[in-house]
Design a protein around this ligand. Structure first.
Ligand SMILES: *Cc1c(COP(=O)(O)O)cnc(C)c1O
Length: 392
């Protein structure tokens, strides 16, 4: 893979007609090392967030070698790249065939479930295996998250009591888990989740081996500026210690977005300007899904390529290349007011849930991916470059 010192160098060298994607290894490394030095337990990378082979390589090289996987293909991908890593099959809805294949062919021992039927499936598909680690996923409020997962996954706390008892009877080790929802904007969600697990432990008098606080750790976007990640960790530590359990379970987390969001960006080109509407060569069927219906505002800058940029800024909306009207990104994207056809833009904060969402709809698809060494447009881990793109 070609590497560049900066996006400017990339644009001036390649002059790409189609969108190109940037991976910043340094951003991945600093996010991983931040988590490793702050989170008091095991860290699993949620592979769905960005399964690019370069990205998972940098994650593993940073010392995170446990992976939260949700499908047999994610299992195969990780197994092929890191045969010694531990895989946690945390999707609570799996086919019998995939459970069987994961257990017998890929050595998966950790499974999550949120119903009796799924537990039954796991037991049968593994031939009554005695070496399973079973995680009961509990549904908790996702009120502070930008993306709510609580309606789709998790047992109600009242149902979790019975599930934990059943799991205890079949498992080698047991865990309790939850997910606060993605891009969780308040640390209190984690303490509410841990307290809920504490109630389940008290009622069942079953001591879990693992408490898994899931993903949801936020990144920063122009209009979503969360508290420092330190606050999330201290909230988790405080509530966990307050459970006052005689035998401490092992803590686990499954960050996705927080490890990779700021490591990725897209370089797009203006194909046509209609007043404040910029028609660009990538869109919601490409790497910009999150800027579409979920309406994330993304930090955007013009990449100078031999043309004088106006100091005056204006707000644009972006339109993707396909013929579908939902291929539209409301923004606002704040950029120089003299943009025109041929100009290059960098759209940041696209390391999570972006590359992996690209489709070939309408014949638009680009797979040009480069590494760059400059700083990301925004960062949770480097406060110096945090502020300038924030919406007041
Ligand atoms: C998606 C997912 C994650 C990662 O979530 P982020 O919000 O990206 O941190 C973690 N665990 C499970 C089970 C998931 O489905």
């Amino acid at each position: 893979m070609q590497k560049f010192n900066s996006v400017e160098e990339l644009v001036n060298t390649v002059q790409p007609v189609d969108p190109v994607y940037c991976i910043r290894p340094n951003s991945i490394k600093s996010a991983c090392s931040w988590f490793k030095s702050h989170f008091p337990g095991n860290i699993l990378y949620a592979v769905k967030t960005n399964p690019n082979e370069r990205v998972i390589k940098y994650i593993a090289e940073s010392g995170i070698e446990k992976f939260d996987v949700a499908s047999i293909n994610e299992i195969k991908l990780i197994q092929k790249n890191f045969p010694k890593s531990r895989l946690y099959y945390m999707n609570t809805v799996k086919s019998r065939e995939h459970i069987k294949e994961s257990y017998f062919n890929y050595n998966v021992r950790d499974f999550a479930f949120d119903t009796k039927d799924e537990l039954q499936k796991i037991i049968e598909a593994t031939n009554n295996a005695k070496d399973l680690n079973l995680f009961v996923r509990v549904s908790i409020s996702n009120e502070h998250a930008e993306i709510d997962l609580s309606q789709k996954f998790g047992a109600l706390p009242s149902e979790a009591l019975g599930l934990l008892r059943l799991a205890k009877a079949h498992a080698s080790k047991i865990g309790l888990s939850f997910h606060v929802g993605s891009q969780c904007m308040h640390p209190i969600s984690y303490s509410k989740g841990i307290k809920e697990l504490g109630n389940i432990i008290k009622k069942t008098k079953i001591m879990p081996d693992f408490i898994n606080v899931g993903g949801g750790f936020p990144s920063v976007y122009p209009d979503l500026n969360p508290q420092p990640l330190e606050n999330y960790i201290s909230e988790i530590k405080k509530t966990f210690n307050n459970l006052k359990l005689e035998k401490k379970p092992e803590l686990m987390c499954e960050p996705g977005r927080a490890l990779v969001a700021e490591s990725g960006s897209s370089i797009v080109r203006v194909v046509l300007r209609k007043k404040q509407k910029l028609y660009i060569n990538d869109g919601t069927y490409g790497s910009l899904f999150d800027a579409g219906v979920p309406s994330f505002v993304l930090p955007t800058k013009m990449i100078p390529s031999g043309r004088v940029t106006s100091k005056k800024l204006t707000s644009y909306s972006l339109y993707g290349p396909t013929c579908d009207s939902i291929d539209y990104m409301k923004g606002p994207f704040v950029l120089p007011n003299n943009l025109k056809e041929g100009d290059y833009l960098e759209i940041g904060q696209l390391g999570a849930y972006s590359l992996t969402f690209r489709t070939k709809f309408n014949g638009f698809y680009s797979d040009q991916i480069f590494e760059v060494n400059d700083k990301p447009i925004m960062s949770m881990y480097n406060k110096d470059i945090l502020s300038s793109y924030l919406v007041a």
